[in-house]
Design a protein around this ligand. Structure first.
Ligand SMILES: [Zn+2]
Length: 312
């Protein structure tokens, strides 16, 4: 059977694993991403990680057909290059991702493919996870940021300029405070990410008079579980913003299933219940029964989905 190496290249760590032709992750390794040292250093570290997996695969008699990468940033999947990226990985924008890896690994350029990490995540969930066997799925990740991917017939819809899936950057009536649009990570304002991301919950908690001694979103959730009104309201409002925008996207796209993932989706009923209620309120009548599923592959989703690029 054919095997591939899938890579989940993130701002703080990079994980890679050997995946079978039907999507089973056999083994994986993780290494820190040298995110202050420039694109070349990130490619060096990623190639070293892949090489270790190749050695291990060879020792077990496994032939590797190619390498797929799901990477932070906007990825031009045609040229395998990084179009743009945040400062999470300094110097990542402009990097020739697939060519640089192929050269370091001494393989042909066509043996390495890449997409944005949210698209890889969605491919994994549509192949072997929550949406396995479906014809279409919309995945939305609510965490540090808000991102998404529509997968149709096993292919993520990347968009004409590879920017498709930026579901966090649509207007939301929730992204306002005192009549002013909240600033967004993209440089714009009034976008749903500014109201529904993890950091947005912490910011809302502070605006509602919550104690500045509460350091982060995780601590806001702990307070809400103890009944703190500002913490509860901040989470509920962000969850409603998330659900409303997810419902609007389902109205536009009518996917067979909606898969919700990210740190907030893992935070339990405090977030999940108001999110789902707001989503249901937003849906058009023929869509009210669309399945809303939690992602199931967790940390391996992007590795498995990236490997899928090799078999597509
Ligand atoms: Zn934005």
């Amino acid at each position: 059977m054919a095997h591939a190496i899938g890579v989940d290249l993130g701002g703080t760590k990079t994980a890679a694993g050997v995946v079978t032709g039907d999507g089973e992750l056999l083994f994986s390794e993780t290494a820190p991403t040298p995110n202050r040292d420039g694109g070349g250093a990130v490619l060096d570290a990623t190639a070293a990680l892949i090489s270790r997996l190749r050695v291990r695969a060879q020792a077990e008699g496994i032939a590797i057909a190619g390498v797929g990468v799901g990477s932070a940033g906007v990825i031009d999947a045609g040229h395998g290059s990084v179009v743009s990226a945040t400062d999470a990985i300094r110097g990542w924008a402009g990097t020739a991702l697939t060519d640089g890896l192929a050269r370091r690994l001494s393989v042909s350029p066509g043996a390495v493919r890449a997409v944005n990490d949210v698209h890889a995540h969605a491919l994994g969930e549509s192949w072997r996870g929550a949406a396995a066997g479906t014809a279409s799925m919309l995945l939305i990740a609510f965490g540090t940021g808000v991102g998404g991917s529509l997968v149709l017939a096993g292919q993520p819809v990347l968009g004409h300029r590879y920017v498709g899936g930026h579901v966090g950057h649509v207007a939301s009536p929730y992204a306002y405070a005192d009549g002013k649009a909240l600033p967004c990570s993209c440089g714009g304002s009034g976008h749903v990410e500014a109201a529904a991301s993890g950091p947005a919950i912490h910011a809302a908690f502070l605006r509602l008079g919550g104690s500045p001694a509460v350091a982060d979103t995780r601590a806001v959730f702990a307070l809400a579980r103890d009944g703190d009104p500002a913490a509860s309201r901040a989470i509920r409002t962000a969850a409603e913003a998330a659900g409303q925008s997810a419902g609007g996207l389902v109205n536009v796209l009518d996917p067979e299933v909606l898969v919700v993932t990210g740190g907030l989706a893992d935070a339990g009923d405090l977030w999940w219940n108001p999110m789902k209620a707001a989503l249901r309120r937003e849906l058009l009548d023929p869509l009210v029964h669309v399945p809303v599923l939690r992602a199931t592959l967790e940390n391996s989703a992007a590795i498995v989905g990236a490997a899928r690029l090799v078999f597509n």
